[in-house]
Design a protein around this ligand. Structure first.
Ligand code: SAH
Ligand code: SF4
Ligand code: F3S
Length: 444
């Protein structure tokens, strides 16, 4: 590299928070090797797309973007274009054959090889590495924090997934489940705290099955949480995602006992019908799920619970759909991410079941679920009027430079007139008004 001018790379990220975390690992690997991060695609020598395969729509967006890059490459023939992440892993070389402009393909466990792969691509030879690993966790790599406000950061504590929910592509795109050395997670958390960060979100597809064995020592997820919470009371800890089948009483106790472990649990239910849950291979029933909700609500009063729901899964009847509606009301979710079922090649559902719910029925059911959730979210926010919350200031409100925005422990966004404090500090805010998305208040 030394005799050549520094090559600039631009990364565009799609998909879940884990992918955004991976882009920070990629940026760290490349900058250590002498590449320079660029914030504009137009001035970059290398464009990397870190992609998602979770639904068909996610892949379509990437394909559209590649068409734009085709025009860019015409103007700049030396431009290297690489596909990273889940879509790279899932489609393997098919997309490279279809989209002649791709120079490089690297799956989620191949990022350490990127400098070599980029050299290869530069010499005109297509570079491909989609080998999944059983133990790669990038534990020793300190991510370069991209687009960070300096208050809140994400840390991946595990990779992969072995749950094989029948609709889901993640186990194929991300490989076997593996946990990261707790010491490296604690080191990274302490380092972030010393740099002024005040909130850490621990990431994994199913953090409840986190497990690290070293000699006689066994660290499970509640223990890891406790160790991070002990760093400093001013450091908040969050986590995502919890699979309901593995949410343990020990975890509920740990959250209840630590003021700086946030009172917000994301617990994707997917469906309220036992027949659908069984076909989805979720390994819990609606009764078991609702039992866990009751346990959370009684031990952690005021805890926010959010969820993910898929409508129109194979064979979903109107009665199944109604059961989802009833479960949503009973659980009284504070927030929900809602999706239409999208068949993914390779998955168990694609092989075993027919995607038989017509598009317009999926859409109508989705609309019903979204509108019910809007009511539930709005009711949840209106219950907070008159309450006072410890709020971590994240920055200036996008709508007005006179206001700050921040979050409470329940992960709700609060907007309030600026105080003399700075982002990264805590302030008590009393809620005066609410919309379905935001709480509006005043510092007290
Ligand atoms: N590991 C997490 C979820 C990761 S994917 C968990 O198990 O909860 C995020 C969400 O995308 C899922 O919870 C599910 O609601 C949705 N999803 C996954 N595959 C999908 C598909 N094929 N079609 C529609 N939505 C899907
Ligand atoms: Fe997909 Fe299920 Fe794994 Fe979540 S737990 S990533 S939904 S297979
Ligand atoms: Fe995430 Fe999408 Fe992959 S949700 S794990 S980037 S398929």
């Amino acid at each position: 590299m030394t005799e050549q001018k520094t090559r600039k790379f631009f990364i565009e990220t799609y998909g879940c928070q884990m992918n955004f975390s991976d882009s920070e690992i990629v940026a760290s690997i490349l900058t250590k090797q002498g590449f320079e991060a660029s914030t504009e695609v137009e001035t970059a020598d290398i464009v990397l797309l870190n992609t998602c395969s979770i639904r068909e729509h996610a892949e379509e967006r990437v394909r559209k973007r590649l068409h734009y890059f085709r025009s860019l490459k015409k103007k700049k023939p030396g431009l290297t274009i690489g596909l990273l992440g889940c879509m790279a892993e899932r489609t393997k070389t098919a997309l490279m054959e279809e989209e002649q402009l791709l120079d490089l393909i690297a799956g989620p466990d191949s990022y350490r090889h990127l400098p070599g792969l980029l050299e290869q691509a530069r010499s005109g030879k297509k570079a491909i590495d989609i080998i999944l690993s059983a133990d790669e966790t990038y534990a020793d790599i300190s991510p370069v924090r991209l687009d960070s406000g300096g208050v809140s950061a994400f840390i991946s504590i595990m990779r992969g997934c072995e749950n094989f929910c029948s609709y889901c592509v993640v186990p194929y795109a991300r490989g076997v489940e593996r946990s990261r050395d707790p010491e490296s997670v604690i080191r990274e958390s302490k380092d972030l705290f010393s740099k002024g960060f005040r909130e850490i979100t621990l990431l994994g597809q199913n953090v409840n099955s986190y497990e690290w064995l070293a000699g006689l020592e066994r660290v499970n997820f509640p223990l890891l949480l406790q160790r991070i919470a002990a760093i400093d009371l001013r450091l908040r800890v969050r986590f995502a995602t919890s699979h309901p089948k593995d949410l343990s009483p020990e975890l509920i106790e740990t959250i209840a006992d630590h003021p700086n472990i946030c009172k917000a649990i994301h617990l994707p239910v997917q469906s309220g019908s036992n027949a659908v849950l069984d076909k989805m291979n979720r390994k819990y029933t609606r009764e078991e799920y609702l039992g866990k909700i009751r346990a959370i609500r009684s031990r952690i009063p005021g805890c926010a619970i959010s969820t993910d729901i898929i409508t129109g899964f194979c064979g979903e009847t109107e009665a199944d759909h109604q059961q989802t509606i009833e479960l949503m009301k009973e659980a009284s979710f504070d927030y929900a991410f809602t999706f239409k079922y999208s068949e993914r090649p390779q998955t168990l559902a694609a092989e075993r079941y027919t995607d038989d719910v017509p598009a317009e029925v999926k859409e109508r059911r989705l609309r019903e679920i979204i509108s019910l959730q809007q009511e539930l979210s709005s009711a949840s926010n209106h219950r907070d009027i008159g309450e006072t919350f410890e709020t971590l200031i994240e920055g200036e409100s996008k709508r007005s430079d006179k206001n700050f925005y921040g979050r409470n422990s329940q992960n709700k966004v609060l907007v309030f007139p600026k105080t003399s404090q700075e982002p990264g500090e805590y302030v008590m805010v009393k809620v005066k008004r609410a919309t379905s998305a935001t709480l509006i208040g005043e510092a007290v």
